[in-house]
Design a protein around this ligand. Structure first.
Ligand SMILES: Nc1ncnc2c1ncn2[C@@H]1O[C@H](COP(=O)(O)OP(=O)(O)O)[C@@H](O)[C@H]1O
Ligand SMILES: [Mg+2]
Length: 317
């Protein structure tokens, strides 16, 4: 039996934050908070902004491991993970393949569907897609969104066929891949997964109540009106069933360390649907994974240490 790792035994730790994605601002807040928390636990932690410094500078830091507090492109999609593999620096969260798949909503849905996991019906859209065919298959309202963006950027709820072209154009402006999804009317939840000692478990679910049922960029990050309930208020057996599927969904993509799955519960029949998996969740003081962790007695600094403990490489050396 190996003794428990002392909390400051991680060596020189880099907290990668900022970056070049649309979520840069959120990541700056996440990273600063993570770094402070790790320091408060005696970890030799240092901030490193991947939006301002390059790979040579990263290599020169000689970090023993890194905490990835980046969101979106380059930080959450396998790119930085690939660089860290090449440099041989263990990093938190999912590896190259799972990060890339989780970043792509279409690839994610393909794998979930193959495993029999519930996710809203969808179509990939192209410039020449016939709006009437889309409506015939998915019904109205429907959601159009870019496959690779986060934070509800470029997403439109469409209520009539003549809005499809514009919604497609808006999503296509930010992404080469666009999808349409049936609209799930009902309650919104998110469920975090945390791996401890190699075992992935779902944390308590959080119910999200956004003003006007519109959980957009503003309501996600800036509104005081969005309400978060944890415990989420669901019947315990339903919450457990969803949590089990969330862990399956996490494993289906090959995720590691931690993650967070967005879930909709349909009002008319009580069926639930998995929307997407965030492989590098927000870690601001108001973020959702810290909220769920608190519910099981894990405060913010302890959560950061737990995630840091799971740092590893795809290719052990
Ligand atoms: N099929 C859907 N039905 C109902 N609401 C949806 C659907 N897809 C997305 N939404 C809403 O849009 C938000 C963002 O969508 P999501 O797929 O989680 O992408 P991201 O968070 O990466 O922008 C969700 O939190 C939810 O409020
Ligand atoms: Mg989401």
């Amino acid at each position: 039996m190996v003794g428990a790792m002392k909390e400051n035994d991680f060596g020189k730790v880099g907290v990668l934050y900022g970056g070049k994605a649309a979520e840069r601002k959120v990541s700056l807040v996440s990273g600063a908070a993570v770094c402070e928390a790790l320091k408060s636990k005696g970890v030799d932690a240092h901030l490193f902004d991947t939006g301002e410094k390059d790979a040579t500078a990263l290599q020169a830091e000689n970090f023993d491991r890194v905490f990835i507090a980046l969101h979106g492109r380059y930080g959450e999609d396998g790119c930085i993970q690939g660089l860290l593999e090449v440099l041989g620096v263990p990093y938190t969260g999912s590896g190259v393949m799972a990060s890339a798949i989780a970043m792509d909503k279409v690839m994610t849905k393909r794998l979930w569907i193959a495993q029999g996991l519930p996710t809203p019906r969808y179509m990939e859209l192209h410039a020449d897609s016939d709006p009437l065919e889309v409506v015939e298959y998915l019904g109205l309202p429907l959601i159009i969104k870019p496959a690779h963006e986060g934070s509800t950027i470029g997403l439109t709820k469409v209520t009539s066929p003549d809005q499809i072209e514009e919604a497609y154009a808006k999503a296509a402006e930010m992404d080469t891949s666009v999808l349409a999804e049936e609209f799930i009317a009902g309650m919104e939840f998110t469920c975090a997964v945390l791996e401890r000692d190699g075992v992935a478990t779902a944390l308590p679910m959080i119910r999200i109540i956004a003003p006007g049922a519109n959980y957009d960029y503003h309501n996600k990050y800036f509104s005081n009106e969005t309400q978060y309930l944890c415990p989420c208020g669901l019947d315990a057996s339903l919450e457990k069933a969803i949590q089990e599927d969330v862990v399956k969904a996490y494993k289906a993509l090959g995720c590691r360390g931690w993650g967070r799955v967005d879930v909709m519960l349909r009002e008319r029949d009580g069926k639930y649907f998995l929307l997407e998996l965030n492989s590098s969740p927000g870690m601001t003081g108001h973020s959702l994974v810290p909220m769920a962790a608190r519910q099981v007695g894990l405060d913010y600094p302890d959560l950061c240490v737990e995630v840091l403990k799971s740092a590893t490489l795809d290719y052990a050396r």
